[in-house]
Design a binder for this molecule. Structure first.
Ligand code: FAD
Length: 467
């Protein structure tokens, strides 16, 4: 039959990947339709991910800093927490950004269709909207349907057991909280809730917290954060739970399992995210989806069906907003006939904990595994005037360089604002900088970013003897 809407480009899902792809496609002159099941644009990142978590982490950071001013001779009373206002602040941040996106879509004449989309065949999607079903025919499509939190099937249905979305609702401040999963999302939420007054236990199956980051970085965070946690149970699993009136009774197994089950007011399950590939009717379009729900793509973000692309969390790790955005641009450009590729040398990762941990390019651990011969330099923030003035000199900056090519291939920062600082190292890696390129660049003094210049200068012979 005839479609309700015809377009050059259909984008399924309006997260960072989807809206970036749709905007780029429209800018390139394609008639673009953006399908999103939720009433706001922005996906997980803006609505229930990156942005609300950072709004709350900002609050927590300020709350944690204020007591330190006592040493400067300035004291304040104990915090009075109005959760309704805190929630309203967070929701206001989200509204500002999602509203901004809606305006940008209008300005570009991207048609937003609100409803759940599913492929009918390789050139049609059916969208179930509040006003009934709509069929959209398309020349090209980009699947940007994202991911959702993995749940543990053995946990009971109970409002006191939540995923990150539930935790961000901030319904109340629990007395005792269990965070299942010691990755970035779990530890960010642990930071927020502990600052707001919860006592926290963390349980992690692996032998370490924040897997993926170099241990030297994580150690600095650990040292500063011991007081946040009652019990960090590594190499331990949650195996069962019972919802009781007094709380959620949780059973553990493993190296650090407590002798008796533990009672919690809130359990956050942050054990990873799974892609939405199996929920979009991909088979009707002939798009291959693997057993876990990922869509395999090439470097131009094409699926096995050449005019159907996929980007973001649904195509694989790392599941990060900035990766999705760049993939979205590539997909839109390729659909328009440009010779674009996703060929990143590095994708940075940041834990917005306190202190923050950020890394880019190859980690030391990775270099060891891959047998890459490296040199490294570490600049301790105890020697940074700015870090000392900030009262936060526990961090350090690290650069990793390839002994063979003499180029910077990785770096890591732990310390306040590490996430805002890592961009320079990202650029250095992408541009193939040698240490001297960074070391001879004049950085502003006194700043935390000059620690990157100082680290580069530590490469003996590579900065002092400028060729
Ligand atoms: P998503 O953002 O998941 O968007 C997919 C969209 O598709 C959703 O809006 C969904 O409703 C829609 N959709 C799905 N199926 C359909 C359908 N059939 N029909 C219509 N619409 C559909 N990343 C960072 O880089 N930095 C961070 O600080 C960060 N913090 C995070 C904190 C939390 C708590 C969480 C959960 C995630 C965080 N992430 C962070 C990860 C980041 O949110 C994701 O990597 C990013 O949102 C992925 O973008 P995407 O476009 O692939 O998909």
């Amino acid at each position: 039959g005839k479609a309700d809407i015809d377009c050059d480009m259909l984008v399924l899902g309006a997260g960072p990947g989807g809206y970036s792809a749709a905007f780029r496609a429209a800018d390139l002159g394609m008639k673009t339709v953006l399908v999103e099941r939720y009433s706001t644009l922005g996906g997980v990142c803006l609505n229930v991910g990156c942005i609300p978590s950072k709004a709350l982490l900002h609050t927590a950071f300020a709350m944690d800093e204020i007591p330190h001013l006592a040493a400067h001779g300035v004291t304040f009373g104990p915090p009075q927490i109005d959760l309704d206002k805190l929630r309203a602040f967070k929701d206001g941040v989200i509204a500002k950004l999602t509203g901004g996106l809606a305006g940008m879509a209008r300005a570009r004449k991207v048609e937003v269709v609100t409803g759940t989309g599913s492929f009918l065949d390789p050139h049609h999607v059916e969208v179930t909207t509040a006003a009934g079903k709509k069929t959209i025919s398309f020349g090209n499509a980009i699947v940007a349907a994202g991911s959702q939190a993995v749940s543990l099937p053995f946990l009971p249905e109970d409002p006191r057991i939540v995923d990150s979305t539930g935790a961000l609702l901030l319904r109340s401040i629990p007395k005792r909280m269990l965070v299942v999963g010691g990755g970035i999302i779990g530890l960010e939420m642990a930071t927020v809730y502990s600052t707001l007054g919860a006592r926290i236990d963390v349980v992690e199956m692996l032998p370490e917290l924040m897997p993926g980051a170099d241990r030297d970085l994580v150690k600095v965070w650990e040292k500063k954060n011991v007081q946040r946690f009652d019990n960090v149970m590594l190499q331990t699993k949650t195996v069962a739970a019972k919802a009781t009136k007094a709380g959620i009774e949780v059973f553990f197994e493993g190296a650090k399992a407590p002798a008796t089950p533990q009672l919690y007011d809130l359990v956050l399950v942050a054990v990873g995210r799974s892609p939405n590939g199996k929920k979009i009717g991909a088979e009707k379009a002939g798009v291959a989806v693997d057993a876990r729900g990922f869509i395999q793509v090439d470097k131009q973000m094409r699926s096995n069906v050449p005019h159907i692309f996929a980007i973001g969390d649904i195509v694989g790790q790392p599941m990060l907003a900035h990766k999705a955005v760049h993939e979205g641009h590539v997909a839109a450009e390729v659909a328009k006939g440009e010779k674009s590729f996703f060929d990143a040398r590095q994708i940075p990762a940041v834990a917005y904990t306190d202190p923050e941990i950020a890394w880019a390019g190859k980690t030391e651990e990775q270099c060891k595994d891959e047998g890459v011969k490296i040199g490294k330099a570490v600049f301790p923030w105890a020697a940074s005037g700015r870090a000392i003035a900030n009262g936060r000199d526990e961090g350090f900056t690290k650069l990793i360089f390839d002994e063979t090519t003499h180029r910077i291939i990785g770096g890591g920062i732990v310390g306040t604002h590490a996430g805002d600082l890592i961009g320079e190292i990202c650029l250095a890696i992408e541009m193939g900088c040698e240490p001297a390129d960074i070391g001879k660049t004049i950085h502003p003094h006194p700043t935390l970013c000059e620690s990157i210049g100082m680290t580069a200068e530590l490469f003996e012979g590579h900065c002092t003897d400028f060729p």
